[in-house]
Design a protein around this ligand. Structure first.
Ligand SMILES: [Zn+2]
Length: 275
């Protein structure tokens, strides 16, 4: 599943090719993904210019502006979505649901499982869109630090790992990155959030930031004409310390990595290093 780093790598990869480019049109081959794709999207987009490509959580936001109208194309890659830049004459293959057409390139969305989203927000204020309004803090923003994490977790007795993965609190920390960040910070995934000291909240915020940044940096080097967001690639690029490594030696202490279930998800951690 594309996680925050893969989405950010896609954004950074697309930006130099699409920024300030005029949209020639759009081709919608599938009426709905997770949601219905808005009717008449081609007519709305044609003639607009891509002013910026932003990311909010795992949503890509294409700010589009014309002389008299503008809006934001909201794109989510779901479970299996990927974006490619292809030459205009490239034939579409199975699961290629959407093309955004430019003069000399095509942005193509492939999504075999169709859990992605493609929506249009007319005018300003896309942040108030129902899909975006309830999202928590960005983990790579300056506001996400130990002070914030400490304040946000007081009164929260739930284990820290499911909280970290709750996008209403903080966006874009999937299972892999939660496990790796907690290992880096030496905090057990089972620890009650409100029992983590201020100093350790600083360690954890820094660990989240560095884990996500390392994955983005690893993915960023592979982006050229092919803009990928390949599910599962994050862990490979990250050389995970604990994620999906039950029974293998912890790289820090050599003790066996343990797997437990938390909220229906697998959690991997080192009981020696993480308290
Ligand atoms: Zn260890």
């Amino acid at each position: 599943m594309p996680e925050l780093p893969e989405v950010e790598v896609s954004r950074q990869g697309l930006l130099p090719f699409l920024s300030q480019q005029r949209i020639a049109g759009a081709i919608v081959r599938t009426p709905r993904l997770r949601h219905e794709i808005p009717a008449g999207l081609d007519a709305r987009l044609a003639g607009l210019r891509v002013e910026a490509i932003r990311r909010r959580g795992k949503y890509l936001l294409f700010d589009c502006q014309g002389e008299h109208a503008g809006g934001c194309l909201i794109l989510h890659l779901g479970m299996s979505g990927s974006l490619r830049l292809v030459a205009p004459a490239t034939p579409a293959q199975a699961h290629d649901h959407f093309d955004l057409l430019f003069a000399d390139t095509v942005l193509r969305l492939r999504d075999p499982r169709r859990f992605g989203a493609l929506l249009w927000h007319e005018g300003e204020g896309v942040e108030t869109h129902p899909l975006l309004a309830g999202l928590g803090i960005e983990p790579l923003s300056a506001a996400f630090d130990g002070d914030w994490l400490h304040a946000a977790t007081r009164g929260r007795r739930a284990p820290i790992k499911p909280l970290l993965m709750d996008s209403r609190l903080v966006v874009g920390i999937g299972n892999i990155y939660a496990a790796e960040s907690l290992h880096l910070a030496g905090i057990s995934p089972r620890r009650a959030a409100n029992r983590i000291s201020h100093a350790r909240c600083h360690l954890l915020a820094a660990a989240v930031r560095s884990t996500l940044s390392a994955a983005i940096a690893a993915g960023g080097s592979s982006v050229r004409d092919y803009v990928h967001s390949d599910g599962g690639a994050g862990c490979f690029q990250l050389r995970c310390a604990v994620y999906d490594r039950a029974g293998e030696p912890c790289p820090a202490c050599g003790g066996p990595v343990k797997m437990i279930r938390q909220g229906g998800r697998s959690s991997f951690y080192c009981p020696r290093c993480q308290r």
